[in-house]
Design a protein around this ligand. Structure first.
Ligand code: UDP
Ligand code: MG
Length: 335
């Protein structure tokens, strides 16, 4: 018999026992790949945790049959938990929902499209056994992605690292195994514009990389088109750095010095009586200063907009329901 509750807190309260490993996979329109994901993930987790695990699928308002597919998996496997969000909230919000629902001592964050190989869990577990708090997958290659995506991703991580004080490793996604204490810290961060891989880095403790080759999607296509990627990049930068806000001051100083020289030149021309012409230089100056002002206003706008959204304090996502099986009894007790 299924248990259906309507918020994550209730679900967590009902879980009296904690499994060794929680798997969290956000899913948006992944109907074609999910059964294969479930099969490979189950094989992989059984090898390291026996029967002591849960697999949480967060259905992020999918428009295809993802919800039904998860329900079918749930009917056949008591380790499965389904969280259905009320609509599409985006990858990071869906992941946040899943993370709030985990009761495991260790949590694996993984994409449901099989781009992150589930079989790496064993190697990650060994690193955590050896004392790591976070083991993050670092891509040494990316199968089946466009040159454009690879190049922009590379550029983005380099730019981010140059702007941000926190050591956010390059070429990583959210694919990682984290310990309960890291998860608790992560769950205590209420911010709306989330860049979870950066937030995990920000927490610190012992974080180690694990090189892997990122596979091609098993089925379907990416849900991160260019515009969404760009928005995600701005979230990342604004979430971790105020350096862009300072560009206004830098520009101001640089242009100010430039204009000082212009003033001297103008005064000189005035004194020498040759003060006509100058349309070209005047137009150029107006254009440069105008665009510098607009750019810096835009930057301020990005931060102000985020401040505004945060100030509303809305929940990050709305849960339609959480479905789990009555006989899903994770076996490990924790005092
Ligand atoms: N995803 C989601 N909500 C979204 C977009 C994506 O839950 O609005 C999930 C998706 O199903 C996948 C993961 O997030 O499991 C990563 O998305 P995707 O594979 O599209 O991104 P990419 O790997 O191309 O960066
Ligand atoms: Mg993917």
């Amino acid at each position: 018999m299924d248990i259906v509750v309507h918020n994550i807190e209730n679900f967590v309260r009902r879980r009296s026992r904690r499994p060794l490993v929680s798997i969290v996979a956000p899913c948006y329109n992944e109907e074609a790949g999910l059964p294969e994901f479930h099969r490979r993930m189950t094989d992989a987790v059984r090898q390291v945790a026996g029967d002591d695990y849960e697999i949480i699928f967060v259905n992020d308002g999918s428009r295809d049959r993802t919800r039904d597919v998860i329900e079918t998996l749930l009917a056949a496997d008591s380790h499965v938990v389904a969280i259905n969000l009320s609509r599409n909230f985006g990858h990071q919000a869906a992941l946040t929902a899943g993370l709030k629902a985990c009761s495991g001592a260790r949590v694996l964050i993984i994409d449901a499209d099989l781009q992150d190989p589930p079989e790496l869990l064993a190697a990650m577990m060994r690193q955590v056994d050896a004392g790591a708090d976070v083991v993050y997958g670092q891509r040494s290659s990316r199968e089946g992605e466009t040159r454009f995506k690879i190049l922009t991703a590379k550029l983005f991580y380099r730019l981010l690292r140059s702007l941000v004080d926190v050591d956010i490793p390059a070429d990583t996604g959210d694919f990682r195994l984290i310990t309960r204490r890291v998860l608790d810290q992560l769950n205590s961060m209420p911010e709306h514009h989330r860049f979870i891989r950066g937030m995990v880095s920000w927490i610190g403790l012992k974080q180690v990389p694990l090189d892997y080759e990122r596979d091609a999607r098993f089925a379907g296509t990416t849900h991160y088109p260019v515009l969404k990627m760009l928005r995600f990049a701005v979230d990342a930068v604004t979430g971790f750095s105020v350096t862009p806000l300072r560009t206004a001051s830098f520009l101001g100083v640089a242009l100010g010095l430039g204009s000082l020289m212009m003033v001297i030149y103008t005064l000189g021309s005035w004194l020498s009586g040759s003060t006509v012409d100058g349309w070209t230089s005047l137009t150029t100056i107006v254009l440069i200063i105008g665009s510098a002002q607009l750019i810096t206003l835009g930057v301020i706008g990005e931060y102000l907009g985020r401040l505004y959204m945060e100030s509303k304090q809305r929940p990050l996502f709305i849960v339609d329901n959480v479905v789990s099986r009555r006989d899903s009894a994770p076996v490990r007790y924790e005092s």
